[in-house]
Design a protein around this ligand. Structure first.
Ligand code: AOF
Ligand code: ZN
Length: 366
């Protein structure tokens, strides 16, 4: 089997994994293709946490005929008993001769042992084919499994002068329909969506996923130090997704009781007066929320960025200029740096043109 065929099958496995983004919870997205005598005999994708891993689906499809085959897997096969039994053992039991892996599984319960198990049984294993694509695909899983903290994507749509509203507070609409569709895809791909309570008070958003195809609604997370969240707001009343309010231990018990009675979860992060965002991320991670789309106003965005809690920045720009100075809110509102050399810089920049909008994304340098 030559290099070209290896890439051909691995990219199919990656394509399948890519399509499952957003539906595996804290689990990775994984694809697997089993090839024998020049033909595919099984394909599989991990679709939901608690259900079969990619290799299991692919080998089930191969129906006992995988002896001597090559398996292409986008993530190192697992070696542990999780909710499901180890995939490495299944590959061994089926008599697979060669396993091509795109990237290692950083899960401390696996971390090389999956590959080791296969090699010990004389299976030929190659690791690293299309690795960078595979790592990027599972950036949320990798952050969460290593830190137990959610991967945070900060999304903002602004004018060319960085404003998210005019000086009167008007903000509908800044970006075009194409950009807004991409935002809803991002919502589908994150377990949680986070805003500050001021955004809820100002806009009463539903924070759900609205696409032309069915999508998953993220858990709504509202940062609300003094429990000002109105009981009649959509996130409290519409029942379309769970809502979690993050507040402080100093929050008013009566307000808290009212929110709990309305079916909202209330989490305390820090003893006040403001929510401790670091503690909030730890608490949300503890609730198995592994990824968060931050659609905050400038203050929450600025604070999260300054604290180093943002893992990816996705900025949509519309060809508009509205001015307004400090009266017009911007994407990032924080005290700021003195010198240009201290600016937060983005690495791995990607630029996408969406009609008359531009989307710029990257990873804040640490
Ligand atoms: C694989 N193939 O398709 C996936 C893997 O709780 P479980 O049983 O679902 O195990 C989850 C862990 O297994 C997850 O943290 C990651 O290390 C690995 N996921 N491994 O061989 C797959 N989804
Ligand atoms: Zn597995």
């Amino acid at each position: 089997m030559d290099k070209m065929n290896d890439e051909f099958y691995m990219s199919l496995a990656l394509d399948m994994a890519e399509r499952a983004q957003g539906q595996t919870g804290i689990n990775p997205v994984v694809g697997c293709v089993v090839v024998k005598d020049g033909a595919m005999i099984g394909i599989g994708t991990h679709l939901q946490r608690g259900t079969g891993h990619a290799e299991v689906h692919a080998l089930n499809m191969a129906a006992g005929k995988a002896q001597g085959s090559t398996a292409y897997v986008t993530l190192e096969p697992c070696s542990h008993y999780g909710i499901t039994p180890p995939c490495s053992q299944r590959l061994i039991d089926e008599g697979v001769a060669r396993v091509v892996v795109a990237c290692e599984d950083p899960n401390p319960q696996v971390a090389g042992r999956g590959v080791e198990m296969l090699r010990e049984q004389g299976i030929e294993v190659e690791v690293g084919l299309l690795r960078s694509r595979a790592l990027r695909l599972n950036e949320k899983f990798i952050k969460y499994i290593l830190t137990k903290q959610p991967f945070v994507t900060l999304k903002s749509a602004s004018t060319l002068d960085g404003k998210i509203a005019t000086r009167t507070g008007d903000s509908k609409w800044i970006s075009n329909a194409e950009s807004r569709e991409l935002v809803h895809t991002l919502r589908h791909r994150h377990q949680g969506i986070m805003v500050g309570v001021n955004t809820v008070i100002a806009d009463n958003p539903s924070l759900t996923t609205r696409l032309n195809v069915p999508g998953l609604n993220p858990i709504r997370i509202i940062i609300d130090s003094t429990l000002r969240l109105p009981l009649e707001s959509a996130v409290v009343t519409d029942g379309l997704a769970p809502t979690v309010v993050v507040t402080t231990e100093a929050a008013d018990p009566a307000r808290k009781a009212a929110l709990l009675a309305a079916g909202v979860q209330v989490v305390a992060a820090g003893s006040g007066p403001r929510v401790d965002l670091q503690a909030a991320m730890a608490a949300l991670g503890g609730m198995e929320i592994g990824s968060i789309l931050l659609e905050g106003g400038g203050t929450l965005n600025g604070a999260m960025l300054e604290l180093g809690l943002v893992d990816r920045v996705v900025l949509f720009f519309a060809p508009k200029i509205v001015g307004g100075g400090a009266a017009a809110a911007g994407t990032f509102d924080f005290p700021g740096v003195e010198l240009m050399r201290d600016a937060v810089t983005l690495e791995g920049l990607e630029v996408e043109v969406l009609g008359d909008n531009v989307c710029i994304s990257g990873t804040p340098a640490r």
